[in-house]
Ligand binder design. Structure first.
Ligand code: DAK
Length: 260
């Protein structure tokens, strides 16, 4: 597929998805959202991929939000359609079978912050900035920010960001648990790749089931979630990787996982 605003490439078993509209600080218009969605649909068919990194082109922005110029003349129906497309994209990222890491290399505002929230792990460069400034524009976050932000950082920190539209720096984002850690901008991709290399060395099915259990369990009460975990734990025993992983441990050697 010919893409104008997204670059999708591979580094070993890691796919790197780069939002590439630096002239608009990688803001999300309809075409960009559709391209991200196509990317994730295609990557899901690629059995070699063990993890995905999402980042922004250039040194200034991860994603500066939904494209304000594109949205300004929306009527009710086009706003709803755009909102639904955004949710579809973030859902595709959140439910992607393998871990997805946001390598936040600058502004992650509005829809950009929301896209990072849909990822499994967030690393930030020292110049990264986060916020949900929609209230400055007279709207509310439209891609799940009012829902995923409180779930991640707690209601107090989330409410402050949502109600004030304040923009916070990477250290503050790390302090409130919005990002896992902060690294130098020129190290961001390498640090993200170090994480994906660790993930790629593990049993692929086990990693996928961990993501599924952790994510689905968040929507259940603890007792049901633990039952669900037990079911998925059982599923592991249908795999060759479980046999190889445990055999390798007992033979004091490195496991050779095949993903089967
Ligand atoms: N949309 C479109 N263009 C943007 C943009 C954005 N979000 N952010 C930046 N740009 C463009 C600027 O217009 C400028 O374009 P030119 O003038 O050069 O043509 C270029 O990128 C460079 O930006 P600046 O010149 O402004 O750069 P500065 O360093 O001075 O400032 C900034 C950087 C990030 C602080 C500033 O650009 C800024 O405040 N940008 C807007 C940030 C923002 O408010 N983001 C949230 C957007 S609202 C919904 C679905 C979703 C949403 C809402 C509803 N529905 C359910 C339908 C989501 C909403 C949002 O994400």
């Amino acid at each position: 597929m010919q893409m104008n605003n997204v670059i999708c490439e591979k580094d070993g078993k890691t796919a790197i998805v780069t939002i590439n509209r630096p002239q608009a600080l990688n803001a999300l218009n309809r075409e960009t959202l559709e391209e991200i969605l196509s990317c994730f649909i295609a990557l899901e068919q690629d059995t070699e991929v063990c993890a995905v990194i999402v980042t922004g082109a250039g040194e200034k922005a991860f994603i500066a939000g939904a494209d304000i110029a594109y949205m300004q003349d929306f009527d009710v129906l086009s706003a709803r359609k755009f909102g639904r497309l955004g949710h579809q994209v973030l859902q595709a990222i959140e439910s992607f079978p393998c871990p997805v890491i946001a390598a936040v290399n600058g502004f992650a505002l509005g829809g950009g912050c929301e896209l990072a929230l849909a990822c499994d792990i967030r690393l930030a460069s020292e110049n990264a900035k986060f916020g949900q400034p929609e209230v400055n524009l007279g709207v509310i976050p439209g891609f799940g920010g009012t829902q995923r932000l409180p779930r991640l950082v707690g209601t107090g920190h989330a409410n402050e960001l949502l109600f004030t539209g304040d923009i916070i720096d990477a250290d503050e984002a790390c302090r409130i648990g919005l990002v896992n850690r902060v690294v130098a901008l020129d190290q961001l991709l390498q640090e993200s790749l170090k994480i994906t290399a660790k993930i790629a060395a593990k049993g692929p099915l086990a990693v996928k089931l961990c993501k599924e259990a952790a994510q689905a369990g968040m929507e259940m009460d603890l007792a049901r979630a633990c039952q669900y975990e037990a079911d998925l734990f059982g599923v592991c025993f249908a795999s060759e990787d479980q046999k190889e992983g445990m055999k390798a441990f007992l033979e004091k050697r490195q496991a050779k996982f095949t993903g089967n």
